[in-house]
Design a protein around this ligand. Structure first.
Ligand code: MF3
Ligand code: CO
Length: 262
């Protein structure tokens, strides 16, 4: 069961989320042809620490064979999530998913987006747009009184007509004093099932959508998740809290965005 957070805890979640959104804005600007994901990682660590935060992925021990070695996950092209930053320069036409997390005042925020490096083909742009829009559909479904299953159902109903693959092996999660809290938040499944959503819940909603099939595999580094068919993949994630007025998105610059009921 997810734990209802006290108002003062939600306040710290807001501060954490806002700072992470600031970091994300800096990183987004840095994504240009020629930069390496290691360079972006260094910027991320600097920007997080500058704001009094602690990189939450660095040294993380669940989900891989060894402690996670970097501040961000940087997953280019057919990489879905958990790509380890390296020295390879990005090139025009690549896409890059950046996933980042920080702890501020003892509370975690988690955020991800996918961007094109320079110009990208129209069908790839479409994948990015559909994935981001599906995240907002999921957020909109996270109303108090709805259930966890309504979130994934909204994502799935939005993505399905486009024929893209919805990744099933990795899901969103509760978040708070730990990066991963209960419950899991899948990006698919039936509506009106799972835990009842209550005011004070904090969730990370994060659809991962493939241009091709939904299947993934893990590379031999033990971390990097790629699409089985080699197709491109996009990932968007926000940390939200559920209020009596609706879902409030925390990992945005101008905080306090309440998504209206669908
Ligand atoms: N941000 C990922 C998530 O949303 C977790 C990253 S795994 C780590 O669950 F090892 F990099 F921390
Ligand atoms: Co997450």
């Amino acid at each position: 069961m997810s734990r209802v957070k006290d108002p003062w805890e939600v306040q710290l979640m807001r501060q954490s989320g806002k700072r992470l959104a600031e970091v994300a804005a800096v990183l987004r600007e840095s994504v240009t042809p020629g930069i390496s994901t290691k360079d972006i990682d260094a910027i991320a660590e600097h920007e997080i620490r500058k704001r009094g935060g602690i990189p939450s992925f660095l040294g993380y021990t669940a989900g891989g064979p060894t402690p996670y070695p970097a501040t961000i996950c940087a997953s280019p092209n057919d990489a879905v999530v958990h790509g380890i930053p390296n020295d390879t320069p990005l090139k025009e036409g690549d896409i890059l998913s950046l996933d980042m997390g920080m702890i501020y005042g003892g509370y975690h925020s988690d955020h991800a987006f996918t961007v094109g490096v320079g110009n990208i083909p129209e069908e790839v742009q479409k994948l990015l747009e559909v994935t981001e829009a599906s995240l907002w559909e999921g957020i909109r479904a996270a109303q108090p009184g709805n259930r966890i299953g309504d979130i994934g159902n909204a994502v799935e109903r939005y993505v399905d007509p486009h024929g893209f693959g919805i990744v099933r092996e990795y899901v969103g999660h509760g978040i708070g004093r730990a990066m991963h809290e209960r419950p899991s938040v899948p990006n698919y499944g039936p509506a009106n099932q799972g835990q009842l959503l209550k005011e004070g819940f904090c969730l990370a909603i994060e659809p991962m959508i493939n241009l091709g099939g939904e299947e993934t595999k893990v590379l031999r580094d033990g971390w990097t998740v790629v699409t089985k068919d080699g197709s491109l993949s996009a990932h968007f994630e926000h940390t939200i809290t559920i209020t009596n007025r609706g879902p409030e998105v925390l990992t945005v610059l101008d905080g306090g965005v309440i998504a209206p009921s669908p």
